[in-house]
Design a protein around this ligand. Structure first.
Ligand code: MAN
Length: 359
């Protein structure tokens, strides 16, 4: 059920990080509990106020200073067909630059920026010159691990940071090289191994599938397993990626993932993995469990998108936070038991796919 207060956070609620930039999107928050409060680690996407007949966007250099790149919109070499991208003479840039911003709340609905913590995390070094995005926050013991998308002219990879106090951050660098994103860590070790979901992209062969990997130290990942693939003709036919850390249930590890189709419509589904051996897929949603329906989900910076990478769990209830139309942040509650009931076992799913039956 969607929060009746949606959207919870709009671009007008967030101050730009520096004068002269405009917040275009606030989206895809990581979520965690700390000191009794609910915290969101927002993705804030900014660019200069746009002038007529010009597209301009910021990029960082490796040492952190920002420059603005501009193109004439009549330039025949310019491709602006995807609002998220600026393509020019074979080079793809992002149309905005993102950083991460902390906000806190007592009730999980009304959020404000903290005054006593460094609330902003910006891209740093050569692999984050186009910004940092879509952070998953996983708490293991007393440490919070941040897995996030690093974007630069070198490609899109997964970075890791850790913190215990949200004041001091240790940057561990790129843990999964391009092209890779949508990485979330499991909340506990299984048989003495850490696990993560991630989403490498095949260029000519393969695709945008969800993979699982394990590690002894959270920085070196091996035992790569392709868990689930996109499904032709389905709502998740072109791109899939895991959301936040999976939820441990009696029936297995429950993960909420996003799937996009040929029209770039992003919905959410669920995946269930074996508790002791998460390389085994137990079940997967046939139909989406959450779809872009409300106006704030269908219309915006990039319409027809619901995208989640953060939630809190209380008993049977998941409080899910999500980016809507890549522009605003919303919340919804989902029932774990209802999701589990809705899942088809993988065996049944494979038979359905083979027989080409669509729901
Ligand atoms: C990609 C990512 C997300 C974004 C969706 C929808 O998967 O860049 O950040 O929300 O696309 O645009």
């Amino acid at each position: 059920m969607r929060f009746k207060e949606n959207p919870l956070i709009k671009t007008s609620d967030i101050e730009p990080s520096i004068e002269g930039l405009k917040v275009e999107c606030v989206l895809n928050p990581g979520v965690f509990k700390y000191q009794g409060k609910t915290w969101l680690l927002l993705r804030v996407a900014e660019r200069p106020v746009q002038k007529e007949n010009q597209i301009s966007f910021p990029v960082l250099n490796g040492s952190g200073s920002m420059k603005i790149i501009s193109f004439d919109t009549n330039d025949p070499d310019l491709d602006l067909s995807d609002a998220r991208l600026v393509k020019h003479k074979g080079i793809t840039y992002l149309s905005t630059i993102s950083h991460l911003r902390l906000v806190q709340s007592d009730d999980g609905i009304h959020f404000s920026e903290p005054t006593d913590l460094c609330a902003e995390i910006h891209g740093k070094g050569p692999y984050e010159t186009f910004g940092i995005e879509d952070c998953r926050v996983t708490q293991i013991n007393d440490t919070f691990y941040l897995t996030y998308t690093q974007v630069s002219e070198n490609g899109v990879g997964v970075g890791l940071m850790e913190t215990r106090d949200w004041v001091h951050f240790e940057r561990k660098g790129m843990i999964l090289p391009p092209h890779n994103k949508d990485c979330s860590l499991f909340t506990e070790k299984i048989n003495d191994n850490y696990y993560c979901f991630h989403r490498p992209s095949g260029i000519d062969i393969g695709g945008n599938f969800i993979w699982l990997a394990s590690s002894k130290n959270l920085t070196h990942w091996g035992n790569q397993t392709c868990l689930i693939k996109t499904r032709p003709g389905y709502w998740d036919s072109v791109r899939i990626g895991a959301g936040a850390a999976p939820i441990k249930t009696e029936r297995g590890w429950l993960s909420i993932y996003h799937g996009a189709d040929e029209n770039n419509r992003y919905c959410l589904g669920a995946l269930l993995l074996d508790l002791d051996d998460p390389t085994k897929v137990v079940a997967r949603s046939e139909a989406p469990i959450f779809e872009p329906i409300e106006e704030y989900e269908t219309c915006g910076f990039f319409g027809n998108v619901v995208f989640t990478n953060g939630h809190l769990v209380n008993g049977d209830t998941i409080s899910m936070y999500y980016g809507a139309a890549d522009e605003v942040i919303c919340g919804a509650t989902l029932s774990i038991s209802e999701i589990l009931h809705s899942l088809k076992s993988e065996v049944v799913s494979k038979i359905i796919t083979r027989l080409n039956i669509n729901f």
